[in-house]
Design a protein around this ligand. Structure first.
Ligand code: AHR
Length: 309
């Protein structure tokens, strides 16, 4: 079966390497660095020529990159979209050029899903659910209202939107859990520290008992701010974050972070496999979700040395 809207590429020619244009959204976090490295390595291993650009969190730069890939007449385009909306027009351009598109890591909100072939990445909503479930279990003996601070990621990005939604949906039935402070901190350690400082500049009665951070880098920044305020991260404030980087595992081993929901950045091999399948004219599932876990301090000590990112 053929992929709607695209000519079958026919038998791949082993003499002509596949050219993949990849628009990476930025380099904001440890996760992103691991993701970029994984894609480079996997492309080299698969013998695929990779043209990669870094959009530095700017959707317009992603559009420019995609247009440059069209001009280069690449075989395929992969996009890690910085935000969820605003992709229709550029995806129409790629379709007109007859270049298949793979969406990687973060999803796009488009009415016509035939504008791309497949979306490979994590289930961010489920990550938010896992974080909330861990928190509710951890805090089950706590009586009264539990104040939660939330560090959001990039405004308008799928991981930030969906992690927030999954977390809220899970706590909504229990009035004891209240998100009392929430603010974007762009998925960076620096902003995580700054925003957590702002939270702790509030009167003491507003301080949170729990911090839900949408990624590890922001959580590590927050740990610094919590220490500066004379508090003990991991006990005065329970910290739950997302990604599962080795740095966060080390923080768990030190008792600063309590639990981390895994989000796997090592998408390179899956992406290259998808590229080859599409080039061979095969149909792929519209959605490919990566399997993921949750790690607590007990598990972190055993696992830290094996973390690949
Ligand atoms: O899109 C994945 C998210 O983006 C990761 O959780 C975060 O660390 C990154 O910057």
């Amino acid at each position: 079966p053929l992929i709607t809207g695209y000519e079958p590429p026919g038998e791949p020619n082993p003499m002509k390497p596949i050219i993949l244009g990849f628009s990476q959204l930025g380099s904001e976090s440890t996760w992103r660095e691991a993701n970029t490295a994984s894609i480079k390595e996997a492309a080299a291993e698969a013998g695929i020529t990779l043209l990669m650009t870094n959009a530095e969190q700017d959707q317009n730069k992603q559009f420019e990159a995609i247009r440059s890939f069209i001009r280069r007449d690449v075989d395929m385009i992969a996009i890690a979209p910085v935000v969820q909306t605003g992709w229709e027009a550029i995806l129409e351009e790629t379709r007109e050029a007859g270049i298949p598109v793979i969406i990687l890591d973060r999803s796009v909100n488009v009415e016509d899903s035939s504008l791309y072939i497949t979306f490979i990445g994590s289930d961010f909503y489920e990550e938010g659910v896992k974080a909330a479930k861990y928190m509710m279990d951890r805090m089950r003996h706590h009586s009264g209202i539990i104040q939660i601070a939330e560090l959001q990621g990039t405004v308008g990005s799928t991981p930030s939107i969906d992690r927030g939604l999954g977390f809220r949906k899970t706590i909504e039935a229990n009035g004891n859990y209240q998100i009392t402070q929430t603010k974007p901190a762009d998925f960076t350690q620096k902003r995580g520290r700054e925003v957590m400082r702002e939270f702790l500049q509030q009167p003491k009665e507003k301080w949170p008992q729990v911090l839900f951070s949408h990624n590890d880098d922001m959580a590590i920044g927050a740990v610094e701010a919590i220490k500066e305020a004379g508090l003990k991260p991991g006990s005065d404030i329970i910290i739950i974050s997302v990604d599962g980087t080795r740095r966060a595992f080390e923080q768990m081993v030190d008792g600063n972070i309590n639990a981390v929901v895994e989000c796997n950045p090592l998408l390179g091999p899956l992406l290259m496999q998808a590229v080859k399948e599409i080039m061979a004219g095969r149909t792929l599932p519209k959605r490919m979700v990566t399997p993921e876990d949750i790690f607590t301090q007990e598990l972190a000590a055993k696992e830290v040395e094996y973390r690949k990112y």
